[in-house]
Design a protein around this ligand. Structure first.
Ligand SMILES: NC(=O)NCCC(=O)O
Ligand SMILES: [Zn+2]
Ligand SMILES: [Zn+2]
Length: 466
């Protein structure tokens, strides 16, 4: 069994920061020992990685990606191959992507199609959530089988009527099913019926530019849907995870639910923490690059999101990586913002942007690791195999240089998309080396991984208890 020792670094997990050496054996973490001690000095190894002056952190867990997603008349531009390679470059060693049920089809059919897309193509490990687009007696029964097979979370949409939308009755039934089988309901909380009325009115009034995408998807309609989802989950007795929370009033709904002791959890994404409606208003249709749903909000909302992350009102930062090229894809919505495919690239930059948040004083180093690694692993039944550095865990380890300076750009990123949402943004900190189950997939900023290294992860049920 091959042995690797990572020595001299500062090991950071969600709970500790220790100057320790790490012994990796056969893809797993075998031991940690304080740096310079006899125990650490006695380890023999095939490979030694000097992490002096660097952080040694768990590989990131991005619990919300959409590789190759069919959406808005096109497909998300990253395949499982290109998207997981970009994830590795950015220090993310696990993704949980969304398999999709088509209307009139079974969950099984949708899930099998996603297994086939990913199989043999991923550079890092991956699991699946299931999007329920057609809640009916048969798909409800199938949920039990999926949980037993390791697909333990289900996304429902209160938005996108005619595409993924479920009505309140369907949502309640799916929640009741999840409360019986241990599944976790993930909710896209926006009132899509009301939004469609506002879209129609905006277009009729000649308001066609990308910034109107943000105007019609009102804060009140995110907050209302979040409140409704919480009440439905409460009636069903099921836990609820609200995805891509963008608005201060939605954070307040989650906080109020949690204050009552309800098992309600929230996720936000870097785009809501670092970008705003100012980006959506960029001239010459450039705002289309920032069209996603929930939409970007005025800057004032960011403080509530940061506070939510600090106070554990929000538990997870995922990317909702769903990239569409500006050329040929985002451009489908010139003259009609409602035809711009919704989604933004981000899988490569989450760990860096959140490190920048540490540098800027928004969160601590341990909270960085908690919201980007440990909490998503716990939430989606992957802990402690993923999300931490401890004996027995998979050796998914990032050597992170906290002092390196980099500039984010489409010229240098590895995602298969022709623009960067963060073009020109300066970041302090950079991934140097990444191990996935002990194998170097990035070595001193060179890709050394391969498509097919990444394996499928059947997951347990939600382990988050607070
Ligand atoms: N978020 C987004 O705009 N696109 C991806 C689909 C979703 O998460 O709703
Ligand atoms: Zn969504
Ligand atoms: Zn999404």
């Amino acid at each position: 069994m091959s042995r690797t020792v990572i020595h001299g670094g500062l090991v950071i997990t969600a709970s500790d920061e220790i100057h320790a050496d790490v012994l990796v054996e056969g893809g797993r973490i075998a031991a940690l020992a304080a740096h310079g001690t006899d125990a650490a000095e006695s380890w023999t190894a095939d490979r030694r990685i000097d992490a002096t002056g660097k952080y040694v952190i768990p590989g990131g867990v991005d619990a919300h990606t959409h590789m190759e997603m069919p959406f808005g008349g096109t497909y998300a531009a990253d395949t499982f191959e290109t998207g997981t390679r970009a994830a590795a470059w950015g220090g993310t060693t696990t993704i949980v992507d969304f398999a999709i049920q088509s209307v009139g089809r079974s969950l099984r059919e949708g899930l099998d199609a996603w297994y086939a897309k990913a199989d043999g193509n991923c550079a890092v490990d991956y699991g699946f959530h299931m999007i329920l687009a057609d809640v009916n007696p048969s798909s409800l029964k199938e949920m039990d089988r999926l949980v037993a097979e390791g697909v333990t979370s289900f996304k429902l949409f209160m938005a996108y009527p005619g595409v993924f939308y479920s009505d309140d009755g369907q949502i309640l039934r799916a929640m009741q099913q999840a409360s019986g089988n241990g599944g976790l309901i993930m909710m896209h909380a926006e009132n899509g019926i009301a939004i469609d009325v506002l879209v129609e009115q905006a277009l009729a009034a000649g308001r066609t530019d990308p910034r109107y995408h943000g105007d019609v998807r009102k804060v009140a309609l995110e907050a209302e849907a979040t409140h409704r989802a919480v009440q439905l989950a409460r009636v069903a007795g099921s836990p609820l995870y609200v995805v891509h929370v963008s608005a201060d009033e939605a954070v307040a709904e989650i906080a109020a639910a949690r204050h009552k002791g309800l098992p309600v959890f929230g996720e936000t994404c870097p785009q809501y923490l670092f970008l705003s409606t100012d980006n959506l208003a960029e001239p010459d249709f450039e705002g289309a690059k920032y069209v996603c749903s929930t939409p970007l909000r005025p800057k004032e909302h960011q403080e509530a999101l940061w506070r939510g992350l600090r106070n554990n009102e929000l538990q997870v930062v995922s990317t909702d990586h769903c990239p569409f090229c500006f050329s040929g894809q985002k451009e489908m919505g010139r003259g009609d913002f409602s035809k711009i495919p919704n989604g933004m690239p981000g899988v490569e930059h989450r760990m860096d942007l959140l490190h920048q948040a540490v540098v800027d004083g928004h969160i601590t180093r341990r909270r960085w690791i908690e919201i980007a690694c440990a909490s998503p692993a716990r939430m989606f039944g992957l802990y402690p195999k993923k999300g931490t550095i401890a004996p027995g865990a998979d050796a998914d380890i990032v050597i992170y240089d906290p002092a390196a300076e980099q500039t984010l750009s489409a010229e240098t990123h590895h995602m298969n998309v022709d623009y960067s949402a963060y073009e020109g943004k300066r970041i302090t900190g950079q991934v140097e080396t990444v191990l996935s189950r002990g194998e170097p997939v990035i070595e001193h900023r060179k890709f050394t991984g391969r498509a097919g290294h990444g394996t499928y992860l059947p997951r347990g049920t939600c382990q988050y208890a607070g």
